[in-house]
Design a binder for this molecule. Structure first.
Ligand SMILES: Nc1ncnc2c1ncn2[C@@H]1O[C@H](COP(=O)(O)OP(=O)(O)OP(=O)(O)O)[C@@H](O)[C@H]1O
Length: 584
């Protein structure tokens, strides 16, 4: 223990047997400079009793001579059960108030213990500004030594620039708690709060200052600011990437029908009109809803929230969408914000809207008309500014006919109806989509695959019932599973999981084989003369077709026209290839 106690009190560190391990100067002074360390405290202090060591910190007054009295306190060492700290001080004029001093000593020692364990710096001064005690935390924080501060007047310390400012002096002057920020000479910053203590006559007897190091806090604050700036930058970049992706999506749709669709979407993106997107699964309804959000002002003011109404159990959907208040139902321990609120200033995309229960449809209609709703179990009306985009791949008019969907809600949602055509209705989009997703898969899986012309032709002729999602899946599967660099028809047949595609591929393979066979010159059971005749006829026919007339063809082939006609007709019977009509 340092500081106040050390300054005025003698201190001995003694072991269990009473041997002195350490002592301070005040102790040497009080015990008249006898060498202390190594000696027995019981011999040097005949009034000391070994039994007192085991009595936990009881301040006592002992008579050392006829006139001298010592105030004494023994504290066990917190780290070493076999040693004790002994504090003592002479009592001079207090013969009649011994019992009071016991309490005072106890509180002084107690205060010092308290301030030493404080995380914050502590400075105690008297009513004139003289420093009586400081703790280690203050020494570490201010970079000042005890000698520079203890017993010095704070006003002088400010005047001599040892400290930049004293909050305690202002607390003494203004007789109230004063708080202020201080920057010490070592650069550390602190928030100081000085509280004056008054005696019964209103005199200030002590000022206790609490000094909290805020340098760390400032550094953390700076770091937090940097992190926030970084997050802001990343969010901007993410949005830019998302926008690029969405722009790519638009540029990949080159069919006339999709270009018209995107033109319409661009016109309505910045309005708050509800959109109902229809189309088969995998055509890109979600992608289009994201595109609308990103192309609108809402992209910078709010979030895009995607809710699949068929994926959330009916019993949970209401509380998910609208949130709930504490105690609204069993298990609602805390209130929770709903997805509508989460999409405030942004876009709420309700996918598979046909699966929304009828009861919730009424609540949805209300919110679309009023922009207001109540949380489940709530009494406070909540107002939101949320754009609603819905999508479905079921026929809503059939649901209306069956009484499963509210007609009024349908009209409200279907302000801008958008039907995304299936991939088979927009085959012009296939080449850019295939090229884009093949490149993506090659990059992702570090491959360099390509499709053979025959495989490519097949992909262009296929109907893609699973639409773009099926196309992406097939390309990824082929890129990863095919070993050869060229993905050919037989790979499609081998690795395809779709029976339609598989049979289409097998058909194409067979057709290719027949074509190959037809192209071969040798055929079984035909004489050489017959085969040569056939070839000759084909050459003559091609020459006539290319040159435009028999005369020109005979000129090109270097034979006269009569020979050409004769050769052509000679092979007529044997040829299996139909001849063309030749007119000069
Ligand atoms: N125009 C486009 N260009 C490129 N990729 C697209 C395009 N539209 C959709 N996609 C991709 O196709 C896949 C399916 O799209 P999306 O999930 O939007 O379809 P969906 O119609 O919402 O499907 P579901 O009805 O099953 O929810 C996604 O991987 C998406 O990125």
């Amino acid at each position: 223990m340092d500081g106040y106690v050390e300054h005025f009190w003698g201190y001995l560190h003694i072991d269990k047997s009473g041997k002195i391990i350490a002592a301070n100067q005040e102790a040497e002074c009080l015990l008249e400079n006898n060498p202390l360390v190594g000696n027995s405290s019981l011999q040097l202090l005949p009034w000391l009793r070994l039994s007192w060591l085991n009595e936990n910190s009881i301040p006592r007054i002992v008579k050392t001579s006829r006139s001298d009295k010592l105030l004494l306190d023994i504290i066990p060492d917190a780290d070493d059960a076999n040693s004790f700290h002994l504090y003592f001080r002479k009592l001079l004029d207090f013969h009649d108030t011994d019992h009071l001093w016991c309490e005072v000593s106890d509180s002084i020692i107690g205060v010092q213990r308290f301030i030493d364990t404080s995380y914050d710096g502590v400075v105690v001064s008297d009513g004139t500004g003289k420093v009586l005690a400081i703790n280690n935390a203050f020494v570490n924080l201010s970079g000042l030594t005890r000698e520079e501060i203890i017993e010095k007047n704070l006003q002088e310390l400010v005047a001599t620039n040892v400290i930049p400012y004293s909050c305690s002096i202002h607390a003494i002057e203004q007789r109230k708690v004063i708080s202020s920020a201080v920057k010490y000479l070592n650069g550390k910053e602190a928030v100081v709060s000085s509280s004056p203590l008054f005696d019964q006559s209103g005199r200030i007897i002590r000022v206790v200052s609490n000094v909290r190091d805020i340098s760390e806090l400032n550094i953390l604050h700076e770091k937090l600011k940097c992190a926030k700036d970084l997050a802001k930058g990343l969010r901007r970049e993410l949005k830019a990437i998302q926008m690029t992706n969405l722009d790519t999506n638009r540029s990949l749709c080159q069919s006339r029908i999709m270009e018209t669709l995107y033109d319409l979407v661009m016109k309505v993106a910045d309005t708050d009109l509800p959109l109902l997107i229809t189309g088969e699964s995998g055509v890109g309804k979600t992608a289009l809803a994201k595109f609308v959000h990103s192309a609108s002002e809402r992209n910078s003011s709010g979030n895009f929230i995607h809710v699949n109404c068929s994926a959330i159990p009916e019993s949970l959907l209401e509380s998910e969408l609208f949130g709930y208040e504490e105690g609204a139902f069993t298990g609602a321990k805390k209130s929770k914000i709903g997805l509508f609120e989460l999409a405030h200033n942004g876009t709420l995309f309700l996918d598979e809207i046909g699966d929304m229960p009828l009861l919730l449809q009424a609540k949805l209609l209300n919110i679309l008309q009023e922009n207001k709703f109540y949380r489940v179990g709530g009494t406070k009306e909540i107002t939101v500014d949320t754009r609603v985009i819905t999508a479905t791949n079921t026929k809503i008019d059939q649901l209306i006919a069956k009484g499963l969907f509210r007609q009024d809600l349908f009209y409200r949602l279907n302000v801008i109806p958008i039907r995304i055509p299936s991939l088979c209705e927009r085959k012009d989009d296939l080449p850019p989509l295939i090229a884009h997703y093949l490149e993506k898969a090659n990059h992702r899986y570090k491959r360099s695959k390509s499709f053979s012309p025959a495989a490519m032709e097949l992909l262009l002729n296929y109907n893609w019932p699973g639409n773009i999602r099926e196309l992406i899946n097939l390309i990824e599967r082929m890129t990863v599973t095919v070993d050869e660099p060229l993905i050919d028809l037989h790979h499609l047949a081998e690795f395809s999981t779709n029976t339609d595609l598989m049979s289409l591929t097998k058909l194409a393979i067979e057709r290719n084989q027949i074509a190959e066979t037809q192209q071969r010159l040798w055929q079984p059971n035909r004489s050489l003369k017959d085969l040569v005749g056939c070839l000759e006829k084909k050459i003559i026919e091609e020459a006539i077709a290319e040159c435009g007339s028999l005369k020109q063809a005979s000129h090109c082939l270097g034979v006269d026209a009569t020979t050409l006609i004769r050769k052509k007709n000679r092979n007529k019977k044997t040829s299996q290839i139909k001849t063309v009509d030749i007119t000069e």
